[in-house]
Design a protein. Structure first.
Lengths: 401, 402
């Protein structure tokens, strides 16, 4: 039995943050039914996506990796019959997830108050950029703006550079966090039979990941800025250029033993015992100079050579892996970090595997992302028991569309 | 007392720094009874990590520790000593969950591996968090938070922007990858807990921080495998726009959808240059992103980040602003949402802490208690719960066990 076997999720999410919520639950074995429509396609199914991702295959890849293990139905929510069908789905569901702007589900006639009447123990999570209350509730945001809004961009970058733009991971972090809230609500429902509504704010999820930076302000009034890879305590603590094109190794030294191990691996006894580098504090003060000395050495070796050489003597050294290195890396191979899936148009597409290894209930990427409306027959016919000619009529009338 | 989502769940934590403690904080703030076990005398390394209250180093004054250990009881215990081990086993007997972050093999070496503990408590969920997981050639590799983040593929992409090529890859925030790992471990643990509630079966969960962060970058990480493309820092998250300078700092915006471009042009007052042929098509705007950004910046420099944020949103464009920690704490929106919460701690008095991004209608999130002082609950746990005598506790303290 899978962990979430028998749990059915009615999924109204699009883009990346929302689909990451239901992907997390689908990896655990929940039955996730994506409610989609030709009227408003998921961004990754639109033609613009092929432009911004460079090719149709790359756009399909993006959609695929976020929607593994899920089912897809098409319902046109701009029609009355479509909304009624969505309600029927909710009546056989356990969890409803949406990432529309606050108020949209209410306007569609699918607000929590309505759904609760249909299914009293339903759990509903509405994920939005800014949450469903507060003066900025109707503001829109995307991964690129979540990092700045959440406070992480201001503290990411070079001292002399601008705040970092955030990538898709800034969507997936909140998505993962929202899945946690749903799991907690499922446990509560398992204990008590009670469902509930969860208001989720993506920008706040980003802020939760810089707790110590907020605390420095609330404790000391200090506004932290950008400082590259500098640590408060450790030094050296940076990425150093290696042999090859744009290849780097990260090295972090936390005590004198590691420092001696590093310098002896470098064969640089003369300055290893330099008074100025004798303890962590002076090393921290002279770290720019030390960084130059280290880089003059690392440039002669590949990132893998350095990792092996330094790990051997107990120094924390790990390459700044690119996606080619990760895909071909022996460690990732052995742990099966990538899994092949069979996509309906693109054929074999690899995806990053579920990020947990369970001893009893393995999480798997069992199937590729669904084709649009691929499961209309199963969901409307088998689950809702609608006759074939009714399904056909609704398709002809652009309700199942 | 209000209802809590995880009320009645009993968890033990044998972790330090960020990832493991964050995992159990997430559960504790939803009502789980978490007992944090720290090494005697020095405690969790996070206690010695900045920022310190009033910049005064003190094991009770670390902002990092205080934030990450709310809603927990705290004991000190050396589980490698024989009495310490037997006390630990007493605690495990009664627990639903154990979260630990020791190097692979360390627990088993001390007779506390999953098989040993399962024999005592068959329903136990044991979550083990390590940089590279329990198996594979790198399982014993040493990695601090910088190394983990760089090893996950996201470091290589940070910070994005062609101007950053040739400069070293960076980390995100300070410990973002560690928080990610803790969150990921918490998800797995709750999944297993749900399963245990339905079937009675416990299990061992192997969490690799590398995989946790890779998974958050799933959109970029398989591009080589599938399209033969190695994404680099040169590739921005936005075709144009993104973080750009303005009058008093930095603004950020993105026009993901084709129609948002028209709104942006209108917002700028329909400048002459926007009619240029090279900007009429989505694909062309993407191609000429650099030219476009230079023109946009010229206009943006006339406005403050607040003006652009609010007026841009009114105009229907996804503007943001680069919030500092101060901006966040002072944000009217976050105040209205009561995102920051007051926590009273004996060393610091009342301070604002970040809250949670979820608001439950029936089982509210809440910081039940401030982070424990070192060994604060030794008597509660060892004497009142486990029935050891007070004299024994003194002896154990003298022996360095607690």
């Amino acid at each position: 039995m899978n962990m979430l076997e028998g749990i059915r999720i009615i999924d109204f999410t699009r883009y990346a943050a929302g689909p990451q919520i239901t992907l997390t639950l689908a990896f655990m074995g929940a039955e996730v039914i994506r409610v989609e429509s030709n009227v408003e396609l998921d961004h990754f199914r639109r033609p613009e996506s092929a432009v911004s991702y460079g090719s149709q295959r790359a756009a399909s890849d993006s959609f695929n990796t976020l929607n593994l293990n899920k089912l897809s139905v098409t319902i046109n929510l701009k029609t009355g019959e479509g909304v009624e069908l969505a309600k029927r789905l909710v009546s056989i569901g356990d969890v409803v997830v949406d990432n529309f702007r606050p108020g949209v589900m209410d306007r569609l006639g699918l607000g929590y108050d309505v759904l609760k009447k249909i299914n009293p123990d339903i759990i509903m999570l509405s994920a939005s950029s800014h949450g469903s209350v507060g003066p900025e509730r109707s503001y829109s945001a995307y991964a690129v703006t979540f990092g700045p809004l959440g406070g992480v961009s201001h503290v990411t970058g070079y001292e002399d550079g601008k705040p970092a733009v955030t990538r898709a991971s800034a969507d997936l972090r909140p998505g993962t966090t929202a899945a946690f809230a749903i799991l907690a609500a499922l446990i509560h429902r398992q204990d008590t039979g009670e469902g509930q509504f969860i208001d989720f704010s993506a920008r706040e999820a980003i802020t939760c990941g810089i707790g110590e930076i907020i605390m420095d302000y609330t404790m000391n009034g200090r506004v932290r800025g950008r400082r590259g890879n500098r640590d408060d305590v450790m030094a050296p603590h940076n990425c150093y250029r290696c042999k090859g094109d744009d290849k780097w190794i990260s090295i972090a030294i936390s005590n004198n033993d590691e420092w001696r191990a590093l310098t002896s691996a470098m064969g640089s006894s003369e300055w290893a015992f330099d008074e100025r580098f004798a303890d962590q504090y002076v090393r921290w003060q002279y770290q720019d100079e030390i960084d130059r000395l280290i880089e003059a050495w690392t440039i002669n070796y590949t990132d893998y050579e350095l990792m092996e050489m330094l790990q051997e003597v107990g120094v924390a050294a790990v390459p700044s892996f690119d996606s080619e290195e990760l895909f071909t890396d022996p460690h990732c191979r052995e742990r099966q970090c990538y899994v092949p899936t069979e996509h309906y148009e693109e054929g074999e597409l690899y995806a990053v595997a579920p990020p947990w290894k369970f001893s009893e209930t393995p999480a798997v990427a069992a199937s590729a992302a669904p084709q649009l409306g691929e499961h209309n027959g199963y969901v409307f016919g088998d689950l809702l028991g609608m006759p074939q000619d009714e399904i056909r009529r609704l398709a002809d009338e652009y309700v199942l569309y | 007392m209000p209802k809590s989502a995880l009320g009645g769940v009993k968890a033990l934590e044998l972790c330090q720094m960020v990832a493991g403690p964050y995992c159990t904080k997430l559960m504790g703030d939803l009502g789980a009874k978490v007992v944090k076990i720290e090494p005697p005398r020095c405690g969790d390394i996070a206690r010695r990590s900045p920022p310190f209250f009033h910049d005064t180093p003190d094991v009770e004054g670390s902002g990092l520790f205080l934030y990450l250990n709310t809603s927990k009881l705290g004991v000190t215990l050396d589980v490698t000593k024989s009495t310490g081990k037997s006390i630990f086993i007493d605690l495990v007997k009664d627990a639903d969950i154990l979260v630990e972050d020791n190097p692979p093999g360390w627990m088993a070496e001390h007779g506390l591996g999953y098989d040993d503990l399962k024999a005592i408590n068959p329903g136990l969920i044991m979550t083990s968090i390590t940089p590279f997981g329990q198996t594979g050639p790198y399982r014993d590799y040493k990695a601090h938070s910088l190394n983990v983040f760089q090893g996950s593929g996201e470091g290589y992409l940070t910070p994005g922007g062609p101007e950053n090529m040739g400069r070293p890859p960076l980390r995100l925030g300070t410990f973002v990858g560690e928080y990610d790992s803790g969150m990921n471990a918490a998800n797995a643990t709750l999944g297993a807990l749900f399963h245990k509630k339905r079937t009675g079966t416990g299990q061992w969960i192997d969490i690799s921080k590398q995989e946790a962060i890779m998974s958050l970058n799933r959109l970029d990480m398989a591009r080589f495998a599938n399209e033969g493309e190695v994404i680099t820092r040169a590739r921005l998250g936005a075709p144009y726009g993104g973080v750009l300078p303005c009058k008093d700092g930095y603004t950020v915006f993105i026009t993901w959808e084709a129609e948002q471009w028209d709104k942006l042009v209108h917002f700028m007052g329909d400048p002459e240059w926007a009619r240029d042929e090279m900007f009429q098509d989505y694909a062309d705007r993407y191609r000429y992103g650099e030219v476009l950004n230079a023109l946009l910046t010229e206009w943006l420099m006339n406005y403050t980040k607040e003006e652009l944020y609010h007026r841009g949103q009114e105009a229907g464009i996804a503007f943001g602003m680069v919030f500092t920690s101060k901006d966040l704490v002072e944000s009217e929106h976050l105040k209205a949402r009561e995102f920051f919460v007051d926590v009273d701690h004996p060393r610091t008095g009342t301070l604002k802490y970040p809250g949670a991004p979820y608001k439950f209608s029936e089982t509210p999130w809440c910081i039940v208690r401030p982070a424990p002082t070192l060994g604060e609950h030794n008597e509660d746990i060892f004497v009142k719960r486990l029935g050891r005598s007070k004299q024994e506790i003194v002896k154990l303290y003298e022996a360095g066990v607690i």
